[in-house]
Design a protein around this ligand. Structure first.
Ligand SMILES: [Zn+2]
Length: 297
């Protein structure tokens, strides 16, 4: 089986979409590879003033792997803009999304009208609330894409719901990406562990993003930098993580780090993955290979 590697970038903030994403699109073009962007079409900050909800803030009950301060990733001006103006992220930058899709990158949906609100509470929302959140933003994304179809969905902050698969299926999605961290070590070898799992709804799979900072599903490269690793150490760590993860591997980060301060590290990872024999592809290509689509819509 050929080896597949995907970079999945969650576009949470206005700085992600305005600065980080265009830089990553240009990098992908220069390297001849395609990435996957899960885009928050709505706002980043909730009315309570929290940027991403409390869930990923470290505390004793919920330890979280090392990450960088939000102010460093947004910049001082960007931090104030997110806190005060709270602009709509994807809806506010349609040209960036359209250009990325035309350049061959995969665009998926990242939650509904507000990233922080979803992250904090979507696991307790009713089916009707989940549907309303998705339906409020999905049409604005669809019209920007050449195919007008959006195959992938990722829940903000990994806050997922068992109600999602049928809702996503009804809206034409083929997969969700709400599993994070290495698969549980079982009898199978790492290389034989599947990363695409069935859900309650036929034709919608749940795909695992193995390369994260754990616990808490922190962005991968950001976590390594926050842990104090330098470039050579990150290169070695990424190579060993790839080998451990198997033939299908997805890594997770955000454009406001990976597309700015971490851009050279993304290039490094693509080069290492290719040295290790992986094709760098959008997440949907891994899902399509693994899904049993017989009888599917
Ligand atoms: Zn996010």
């Amino acid at each position: 089986m050929s080896r597949l590697f995907s970079f999945r970038f969650d576009v949470d903030t206005h700085r992600c979409v305005r600065e980080g994403m265009p830089a990553l699109v240009d990098l992908g073009t220069s390297l001849g590879v395609s990435f996957t962007f899960f885009v928050n079409m709505g706002q980043a900050v909730s009315r309570r003033g929290s940027l991403f909800g409390q869930r990923n803030e470290p505390n004793e009950a919920h330890p979280v792997a090392a990450k960088l301060p939000t102010r460093r990733k947004l910049g001082t001006v960007g931090y104030l803009e997110a806190a005060v103006a709270n602009p709509k992220v994807g809806v506010g930058s349609p040209d960036v999304l359209r250009s990325a899709a035309i350049a061959g990158h995969e665009i998926g949906l990242h939650g509904g009208t507000n990233h922080a609100t979803w992250q904090r509470g979507a696991d307790s929302w009713s089916d009707a609330r989940l549907a309303r959140e998705i339906d409020t933003v999905l049409p604005a994304l669809r019209v920007l894409l050449p195919s007008e179809s959006v195959p992938g969905f990722a829940s903000p902050g990994w806050t997922t719901s068992p109600a999602l698969p049928p809702l996503l299926k009804a809206r034409g999605f083929t997969y969700m990406a709400d599993l994070h961290g290495p698969a549980a070590v079982g009898g199978a070898s790492a290389a034989a562990r599947g990363i695409v799992e069935p859900t309650s709804s036929a034709c919608v799979s749940n795909v695992r993003t193995a390369l994260t900072g754990e616990p808490g599903g922190v962005a991968y490269l950001e976590h390594l930098v926050a842990s104090g690793l330098d470039r050579p150490a990150i290169r070695d760590r990424f190579r060993s993580d790839l080998r451990e993860a198997g033939d299908e591997v997805i890594a997770y980060d955000h454009p406001y780090f990976a597309g700015i301060e971490g851009l050279d590290l993304v290039r490094l990872c693509v080069e290492v993955a290719q040295e290790e024999g992986y094709s760098v592809v959008p997440v949907s290509e891994i899902v399509e290979r693994d899904m049993d689509i017989e009888g599917c819509c």
